[in-house]
Each structure stands twice: as C-alpha cells, then as structure tokens.
Design a protein around this ligand. Structure first.
Ligand SMILES: NC(=O)C1=CN([C@@H]2O[C@H](COP(=O)(O)OP(=O)(O)OC[C@H]3O[C@@H](n4cnc5c(N)ncnc54)[C@H](O)[C@@H]3O)[C@@H](O)[C@H]2O)C=CC1
Ligand SMILES: O=C(O)[C@@H]1CCC=N1
Length: 280
C-alpha cells in the first residue's frame, strides 16, 4: 500500500513594508509556487490593496506585530532611513519569537540592525533587485554568526525563487553589490530611455523603436550569458572595420562612457556606506 504523503507545513514569511522591492519578491515567490504562507504589513492601505488584488491568499495588515506572530522569516523591506524606528518597535516580538530576519535595506549593517532589534538574533542581509518580479533577479547575501545552516538555506531558497544568489562572507562587499546589481537595472533602463529618444529622432515609430530596443537588450544579455566569449569579444564581433557600430562606439568611448560608469558605481557604493555610517 502506498504511504500517504504528509503535507509539509508551509514556511511563513512576513514582509514588513509592501513597496516596490517587497512586491517584486512577493510576485516572484507566488509565481514560483513555493510552499510558503505570506503575510504583509504596511501602514499604507493602498500598498496592501495592491497585494490583495493580485494575491487574495496573502494575509495583509497595517500591524507589524500581528504580521510577525509565529513567522519563520521576517523580511524587513522598509527604507533605510526608517529602519531604526521600525526595528526598535519590534524588539519585544523579535526577542520572544526569534525568527530569521532578512533585511533588504541598502547600507544598514547587520550589527546596527541587531542592536535595534534587541541583539543576538539571526540576520541575513541581502541586496536583491527588481527583476525578481520576473524571476530574473540577482541577489547578494550575507549571514551573521547566529544564522543556522537551515536558516541560511531558507534565506537562499527565498531569494533563489526569484533569480540567482551569491553569498559574501565579507559584509562590506554588499555596498559594491548594491552599486552593481541592486541599482543596476536602473542603468540599463536609462540606456533604453536614451536609445528610445534617439531612435525616434531617427524617424522610427515609438512602438517599433521600443520593440527593437527591448529585443536587442534581451538578445545581448542572453548572448553574453550563454556564449563562451566575454562581452568585449562579442562587441568586436558586431563591429566591422569602418562600419556603423564603430562609428557609434567611437562617440560613446570618446564621450567618456567608461569613466562615467566608474564614477556612477563609485557614487552608489559611497552612498551605501554613507547610509551605513548615518545608521550605525
Ligand atoms: N527598489 C529597489 O530596486 C531595491 C530596494 N532595496 C531596498 O528595499 C527597501 C525598500 O525599498 P523600496 O521597496 O524601493 O521602497 P518603497 O518606498 O517602495 O517601499 C517601502 C514601503 O515601506 C512602507 N512603510 C513605511 N513605514 C512603514 C512601517 N513603519 N512599517 C511597515 N512598512 C512601512 C511604505 O508604506 C512603503 O510601502 C529599501 O531599504 C531599499 O534600500 C533593495 C534592493 C533593490
Ligand atoms: O536606490 C536605492 O537606494 C535602492 C537600493 C538599490 C536599489 N534601490
């Protein structure tokens, strides 16, 4: 006789904050059909309406304590500037139920967060990005010493449900991860906007330009991921001597594209460190 399968208890994950990044993770997790029960807390009822509209099964509340009761994992998804205030209000519940905390906030160090939450708690800091919404996210993770092996796997499985994950043993590296992949989607979107405007100036219809740019971005990313060649070699393969690509690339390099990217990523990295210093 076949042994009846015992349904595994779902992992309860509570989101504190239901903004852009939390929604990207929630949508990705729901699409992944992982065995999870989700709860979301946010003081803004409009943010909660947006969640309930798409996912009526998700428990929503304006009360952070209520959402945290019995949770296995609490994802802190509020802005860095209000993290201290939010965390300090959670001390009692945090110390009583001792869930795994996962903070997605840019800059806020594990030590500061642990102090605000009353201390000695398992905390994973991570830096995801919004392509999690379409399960193509990239997340850097760091775990403190209180995180058990099981909790480390749990945190990883949540973020892996929405894309790739990379662990870092040095927490300081998360500032660079923030500059590269946390903020990174915005750099590509800005490039798409700039190409769109330029394509329309060349006389293409907006919808035609949009389709060509999106497919080119997708194709370039897939080719770079799947090819044995590095991007520099792939670029050379597009660039005929004396041809059109060379003409365009000369404008971009002479205009200082490399230097601009170096400065832009340094600015993001510095801002992440500033947020840490202001909240230590
Ligand atoms: N947007 C992005 O691409 C990424 C954001 N992050 C991090 O995610 C965090 C959230 O950023 P976003 O989602 O972009 O911001 P957001 O402003 O869209 O969302 C923040 C949410 O927190 C809510 N909130 C405010 N006070 C609260 C409280 N006391 N309790 C519970 N919720 C409260 C707000 O109503 C809002 O819905 C930030 O710490 C940011 O550094 C990390 C990676 C990427
Ligand atoms: O702009 C920010 O501060 C957040 C962190 C990475 C992406 N968005």
């Amino acid at each position: 006789m076949e042994t009846p399968k015992i349904a595994q208890k779902p992992t309860t994950i509570t989101f504190i904050g239901a903004g852009n990044m939390a929604r990207s993770l929630i949508v990705g997790l729901m699409q992944d059909q992982a065995n999870v029960a989700l709860r979301v807390a946010d003081p803004d009822p409009l943010q909660l309406d947006a969640i309930r509209k798409h996912w009526p099964g998700v428990l929503t509340t304006t009360d952070n304590h209520e959402a945290m009761q019995g949770a296995d994992v609490v994802v802190l998804a509020v802005k860095p500037q209000i993290m201290r205030e939010v965390a300090e209000q959670l001390v009692e519940t945090a110390q009583r139920s001792r869930p795994l905390f996962v903070s997605i906030a840019a800059g806020i160090r594990e030590q500061a967060l642990n102090n605000w939450l009353g201390g000695n708690l398992p905390i994973v800091r991570c830096m995801p990005n919004t392509p999690a919404l379409v399960q193509t996210g990239a997340t850097g993770l760091y775990a403190n010493a209180q995180v058990s092996t099981v909790q480390r796997s749990l945190a990883e499985s949540i973020l892996r449900a929405v894309g790739i994950t990379l662990w870092f043993e040095d927490e300081g590296k998360l500032d660079a991860v923030t500059a590269v992949s946390g903020s990174g989607p915005a750099y590509f979107f800005l490039m798409m906007e700039a190409m769109q405007a330029a394509a329309e100036q060349l006389g293409l219809r907006a919808e035609d330009a949009h389709l060509l740019i999106m497919q080119t971005a997708l194709g370039a990313a897939r080719l770079a991921l799947e090819s044995d060649d590095l991007p520099a070699e792939l670029r050379r393969k597009v660039t005929s001597k004396g041809g059109t690509t060379e003409a365009a690339l000369n404008v971009l390099t002479e205009g200082g594209l490399h230097g601009l990217f170096a400065k832009a990523l340094q600015a993001a990295d510095s801002r992440s460190r500033e947020l840490a210093a202001a909240n230590s």
